[in-house]
Unconditional design. Structure first.
Lengths: 261, 388
């Protein structure tokens, strides 16, 4: 059973600064890391491979330096890595990115499942995973917190909801986006790091994935960013204490005081 | 800047891996294991998964092949956060060294891969109630009976005892021959007649198990003999030459961890309207601590590299020096770290209290500081006599 994991290299957000004149992220000198949610996708891919056999292939689209994210994925146990990289992909929004990644995945042969992190910490859109599934014409399940059962025909997973979880069955292949509750990622092993150093990274450019040039990069990106700003921080709100009855009474009084009810 | 110890890329890789595990996996649970005195299996699993268990075991047996220096770097880094949890790995190295030193090819192939992968832990069984520094006082016997040896006796203070699967056990095969009458055997957990006695309640290193091993007509096949009959004490001495740097690394790591805590605390703690780090009294303490830690590291790394290079013959004296110096530094530095923390340092809420308790053992096991001095002096005198 082959497993594909899609990852993104993002700036380490704990020390990102914003250029107040242009409203853009200052990327110079900022360390790049694997999108934290994608680490869970990598770990789940490696665990599935260990459980069911087969190969785990990691794919990313980005500039040549995104290779370091792929090597780190190999140090975490992934077997092969593919870098989708071409100047023509530059400036891609989530639509063009989904198109390019799905075109690359078509070159990789049979697979039973595609795993993605639920969203990336830089754009926070959560669109590329489902977008890839649409373009490949396969089902997808977002916010997966557990894979209960999986084989090359079907899978049964738990989708995390605010009030519990949904148990969903899907035929394979299927794309899953995962939440951090799904596992506890391993520390890269020494042998993994050695393998990562030696690994040959396969690179796809636009022609090698038969990409339609109107659907990649800026040409394929209808998204227009009008403005980037930090939203105002929420104020603290008001907390009611006491037993349930007292709290309910205080809440009703408050709501009627401000005219909601 | 940090001192340049000319570490290779692979050595830095080991440090980085150990640091990630120490910071991300060990730090959040170190108080729990100290308090509950449980064996840290969940962390041992992390060591195994990251390939740390076999850093000193040759690659042909599934290890990472980085020798005593590899062991030292990993143990130091882990012990900066917790010197007790890391002992599961360091004490396994002690139990494994007799196999590496004296094992034949079959024995190495049978036992080393599972230890390198972290599937099994090991332990070293030399000490007895009446045989501490004087190993020849041991009472455990191994009597030959056809293709077997029958073991009888009790070992005490055995680190990883009960939790390890593979034990290297020393017993008298010929009591009349004294130091030349001791032999070394590999004994597997679960062998009939091999049982575990009481678990010690200790001052520190509480996450590490210390138990008695009881042999009661325990039948061991002769294939489990390491080296030749009567070579046991030589194997034990060669093992200690290689393992004492591991204890030194544990001591150094604890000291370096305590130093870091002390500097951070001194910068934050405000008294008389200023950080206590601005007082010269504190500054001089920190300066002494840092100098001692760096000197200890220089000595230890040099000894570890000499052992791995293997061109200088026996390293009993140098290994003893590294263990003596690093463990005494650990005691001084952790005591001063508690001093800098003041009353808070005496409370379990802060990590230096535990570091001071954990440090003490390094001046005691694998030979007390006094025994290290005996070893150093004896070799000094021998070398001088040889030179004449």
């Amino acid at each position: 059973m082959n497993i594909i994991v899609c990852i993104k290299q993002v700036p380490n957000t704990t020390n990102v600064q914003i250029d107040h004149e242009t409203g853009r992220l200052k990327r110079e000198g900022v360390e790049s890391i694997i999108n934290p949610f994608d680490e869970y996708a990598i770990e789940e891919g490696v665990r599935l491979k260990e459980r069911t056999g087969g190969k785990c292939i990691v794919v990313t689209m980005g500039p040549p330096q995104a290779e370091s994210a792929l090597r780190e994925a190999i140090s975490r146990g992934v077997d092969e890595a593919v870098l989708v990289s071409d100047r023509a992909f530059g400036g891609a929004d989530t639509l063009a990115t989904s198109y390019a990644l799905s075109s690359a995945i078509k070159q990789l042969g049979d697979y039973s499942v595609i795993l993605c992190g639920k969203q990336a910490t830089d754009g926070d859109t959560a669109q590329v995973g489902p977008g890839i599934a649409e373009m490949l014409n396969i089902p997808h399940i977002a916010y997966v917190k557990k894979i209960e059962d999986i084989n090359d025909k079907s899978m049964k997973v738990e989708r995390m909801m605010e009030d519990g979880y949904d148990l969903i069955e899907s035929p394979a292949p299927c794309l899953l986006t995962v939440v951090k509750e799904i596992n506890n990622p391993r520390v890269p092993s020494l042998k993994g790091k050695m393998a990562a150093k030696k690994a040959v990274i396969k690179t796809f450019n636009a022609p090698s994935i038969n990409a339609d040039e109107k659907r990649i990069g800026l040409n394929g990106s209808p998204t227009q960013v009008m403005k980037i700003f930090t939203p105002p921080q929420r104020t603290g709100g008001e907390k009611f204490s006491g037993d349930a009855q007292q709290q309910a009474a205080a809440l009703v009084k408050k709501m009627s005081d401000i005219g909601i009810i | 800047m940090a001192m340049d110890y000319f570490l290779s890329e692979e050595e830095q890789m080991m440090i980085e891996t150990a640091r990630t595990i120490a910071q991300e996996k060990m730090k959040p649970v170190r108080e729990h294991y100290d308090e509950k005195e449980e064996f840290p299996w969940e962390i041992v699993k992390e060591f195994a998964q990251a390939d740390l268990c076999g850093v000193y075991i040759p690659e042909e047996y599934g290890g990472f092949g980085k020798g005593i220096m590899g062991l030292v770097l990993v143990v130091e880094e882990l012990c900066k956060v917790d010197g007790a949890i890391a002992l599961s790995l360091a004490a396994t190295a002690l139990g494994t060294l007799p196999i590496l030193i004296a094992g034949n090819e079959e024995q190495k192939k049978k036992y080393l891969p599972d230890i390198a992968s972290g599937k099994k832990l090991a332990a070293f069984g030399l000490t007895e109630a009446e045989a501490g520094s004087d190993a020849t006082g041991m009472r455990t016997t191994a009597v030959k009976d056809g293709d077997y040896y029958i073991l009888n006796g009790t070992k005490c203070f055995i680190t990883n005892g009960g939790d390890a699967e593979t034990y290297t056990i020393f017993a008298k095969t010929n009591p009349s021959r004294g130091a030349r009458g001791i032999s070394c055997f590999i004994v597997e957990k679960g062998t009939p007649g091999f049982e575990f006695g009481k678990k010690e309640k200790k001052m520190g290193i509480k996450a590490s198990s210390t138990r008695e091993l009881i042999f009661n007509n325990c039948k061991i096949h002769k294939d489990q003999l390491l080296g030749k009959e009567g070579h046991g004490l030589m194997i034990a001495q060669a093992t200690l030459d290689n393992s004492r740097p591991g204890v030194a690394a544990q001591a150094l790591g604890i000291a370096a961890g305590a130093l870091e805590e002390a500097v951070n605390y001194a910068r934050k703690r405000v008294q008389f309207g200023q950080a206590i780090a601005s007082f010269q009294g504190i500054q001089h303490m920190l300066a002494d601590m840092a100098t001692e830690v760096e000197a200890a590291r220089c000595l230890l790394y040099t000894v570890a590299r000499s052992i791995d290079k293997g061109t200088g013959g026996r390293t009993s004296k140098e290994s003893a020096m590294a263990k003596l110096f690093c463990s005494e530094v650990a005691m001084k530095v952790t005591t001063n770290a508690v001093q800098i923390f003041g009353g808070y340092g005496y409370c379990r809420e802060y990590p230096v209290e535990k570091m001071m308790r954990d440090a003490k053992i390094t001046t005691l096991y694998e030979g007390t500081s006094q025994i290290q001095k005996n070893e150093i002096a004896l070799n000094l005198i021998k070398e001088s006599a040889k030179a004449k």
